[in-house]
Write a protein that binds this ligand. Structure first.
Ligand code: SF4
Length: 263
């Protein structure tokens, strides 16, 4: 099976740095058709993507992982987005409830190793359910969010799901985000107004104090703002050059090459 590696995407990533998020969404739609979906977690950037999908002639399904321990405000935000923007959002859930998991494994999220196991079971494994359904997933990572995302590529391969991850907002600055949200009155998770700069599970997310880094409220109990859940592979593998299996035709379309058919 032909393979598309992260190294193959270097040139395209450079070219795409000049494109707007809307242009990148249109590109994804034209290359992948009904084999692309958007992944969202009901935070600011994801909601901007939701609005862009609503406002541009790009129709694609959305996927949301409900870990079973999210804030009610996050679930309400999903419902408001579906109703107001006419979006089709599929909700995926873990096999075990948090109560079942705790009775089998104990309270995992209190230790670094336990956190990895808990995020694996409650965030990454549910997403495995869509493996094979799509060739590309739209994400909402931004370089302006700092930390490991400071250099996140617009295009990245995801070996676990065998998809291309596309981050149309990678280059979107904080000023551009604010302007877009204000101009379009984007529906936001109300927790942002209560000091939550990023929002995950209610067990592992706290508000952020003035002057603290944006991710200071995530896994605060585990230390210096370097924990990531793993649902975005670029948070974990910045140094590797992994590859995914795609048909040669799809690889050519992604890379903008024309295929010669020899008879
Ligand atoms: S964020 Fe916390 S509660 Fe949620 S899946 Fe990860 S470790 Fe578990």
């Amino acid at each position: 099976m032909p393979r598309l590696s992260q190294a193959d995407l270097i040139q395209l990533n450079r070219t795409f740095d000049d494109r707007t998020p809307q242009e990148l969404l249109l590109w994804a739609n034209s290359i992948f058709g009904d084999r692309v979906a958007a992944l969202t977690s009901m935070q600011e950037s994801g909601n901007v993507i939701c609005h862009m999908l609503h406002a541009t002639p790009v129709h694609m399904p959305l996927v949301f992982v409900d870990t079973g321990v999210l804030f009610q405000e996050t679930l309400d935000t999903r419902d408001r987005l579906m109703a107001a923007y006419g979006l089709n959002i599929t909700t995926l859930q873990p096999k075990l409830s948090m109560e079942e998991q705790t009775s089998q494994y104990g309270v995992l999220y209190l230790s670094p190793e336990g956190q990895k196991q808990c995020c694996e079971m409650r965030k990454s494994e549910p997403l495995d359910a869509i493996k094979g359904q799509y060739d590309a997933l739209i994400g909402s990572l931004r370089r302006a969010d700092g930390g490991r995302r400071e250099s996140c590529p617009i295009l990245a391969v995801d070996t676990r799901l065998n998809v291309l991850r596309i981050n149309p907002l990678a280059n979107f600055t904080n000023e551009q985000m604010e302007e877009y949200i204000e101009k379009n009155n984007v529906i936001l998770n109300p927790l942002h107004k209560q000091g939550f700069s990023t929002i995950g599970c209610n067990r592992c997310t706290t508000p952020v104090l003035p002057g603290e880094p944006k991710r200071a409220g995530r896994w605060r109990h585990l230390g210096p703002w370097s924990v990531y859940c793993g649902i975005n592979p670029t948070d974990l593998d910045p140094e590797r050059s992994p590859a995914v299996d795609f048909s040669q035709d799809l690889i050519d379309r992604i890379l903008g090459r024309s295929t010669d058919f020899m008879i």
